[in-house]
Design a protein around this ligand. Structure first.
Ligand SMILES: NC(=O)c1ccc[n+]([C@@H]2O[C@H](COP(=O)([O-])OP(=O)(O)OC[C@H]3O[C@@H](n4cnc5c(N)ncnc54)[C@H](OP(=O)(O)O)[C@@H]3O)[C@@H](O)[C@H]2O)c1
Length: 330
């Protein structure tokens, strides 16, 4: 698989990564596929998908434990990205960006991941009660202590920007400007897919201009863009799609034209819609790394194959001309 360099330290990873979240969190069947998930991680590594994306709050904690188990004999082959700053409570998920907490959270992640160093440590969400510079400063100390190689930021502030009527990622860019003064940002993780292209407006250009890597979360539109979901199919209550406005039967039917368009392009390349959706993400910049989530082994293999799909200018134009997705959070 082609490799990509992210951040000022030019960390090298396989062009297509693996999102580990669905193995333990937020997707139907998440808790029933532990053993297959281990094989999925190994299959991804076999294909050259070295970047494994997890977080302490996925599970909570069980996703990191699973990644740690999977990497017991293969740590050196992987690039581990994990996150801190969100706590799962009984009723709500709350942010905690206090320096002392962040340092304890890192030690706990290292133990669960059974590793001495985290390759990329990301702030999952800034704590409104703590200046983001203080949280980031504590994370920078973890780099100095050798516990972490590089720092990243998730697309925090996105919802706040929306509430304030500004562009989706304006809040994130302002936070990035602030923390960049404290310690270099190596990567930003935010949603980017054929049906969610807002990051192309300000966030990705900000990263590209500074050599900051971009980890594209939800690059398959939570599975919709693969064409394997049926309008009206049910999701477990704790599946993120059970409340997602684009996953009502009506919106899934209305958005089928996107799948039809991806399938048309895929047919010309002997590829699948999922691979074309990922190839489109890869085409958005040389430091963009899609992290498709998968708990099934066969998906990890299929998704890695996207790195070999070369879309033409005409293919990209055809995909970009597809209708905008219907169904929004606002
Ligand atoms: N930072 C953030 O705020 C944030 C938010 C969300 C996600 N993320 C990260 O981004 C990663 C990717 O996002 P995501 O997992 O939510 O969404 P996604 O990658 O767009 O889609 C994941 C879904 O697609 C299915 N799938 C994957 N490959 C497939 C294929 N080739 N054919 C058919 N179905 C396929 C998976 O099925 P199975 O589950 O059955 O395998 C899963 O249900 C996550 O794993 C997580 O690491 C970050």
């Amino acid at each position: 698989m082609d490799r990509r360099r992210i951040g000022a330290a030019a960390l090298e990873v396989g062009a297509v990564g693996l999102g580990c979240m669905p193995m333990s969190w937020a997707y139907t069947g998440s808790r029933q596929r532990g053993e297959e998930s281990l094989r999925t991680v190994h299959a991804a590594l076999d294909q050259g998908s070295t970047l494994l994306d997890t977080a302490d709050m996925y599970g909570p904690f069980t996703n990191e434990l699973l990644v740690g188990r999977a990497l017991k004999e293969r740590r050196a082959e992987a690039f581990v990205s994990t996150k801190c700053g969100l706590l799962v409570g009984e009723q709500h998920i709350v942010a905690n960006g206090r320096p002392g907490y962040v340092k304890r959270a890192c030690d706990a992640s290292l133990r669960r991941l059974q590793t001495e160093t985290i390759d990329l440590y990301q702030l999952h969400r800034a704590d409104p009660e703590v200046p983001v510079e203080e949280t980031w400063g504590a994370m920078a100390e973890l780099v100095a202590a050798g516990k972490v190689r590089a720092l990243g930021l998730c697309a925090v502030g996105a919802r706040a920007s929306r509430r304030e009527g500004r562009g989706l990622h304006e809040g994130t860019v302002r936070q990035l400007e602030r923390i960049q003064q404290v310690f270099p940002v190596s990567a930003v993780e935010a949603e980017l897919s054929v049906w969610s292209r807002e990051a192309l407006e300000t966030l990705l250009p900000w990263c590209a201009a500074r050599g900051v890597g971009f980890l594209a979360a939800m690059p398959l539109g939570n599975g919709f863009l693969t064409g394997t979901l049926t309008p009206g199919q049910g999701f477990e209550p704790d599946d993120v799609r059970a409340r997602h406005p684009r996953f009502t039967a009506e919106m899934m039917a209305a958005n089928q034209s996107l799948v039809v368009g991806l399938r048309r392009v895929a047919g010309r390349h002997g590829a699948t819609p999922a691979q074309v959706a990922l190839a489109w993400v890869l085409a958005q910049g040389s430091a963009v790394v899609p992290i498709p989530g998968a708990k099934r082994e066969r998906w990890a293999v299929e998704n890695a194959g996207a790195a070999a799909v070369r879309l033409t200018g005409a293919d990209l134009a055809e995909i970009e001309a597809l209708p905008s997705a219907l169904g929004s959070w606002d």
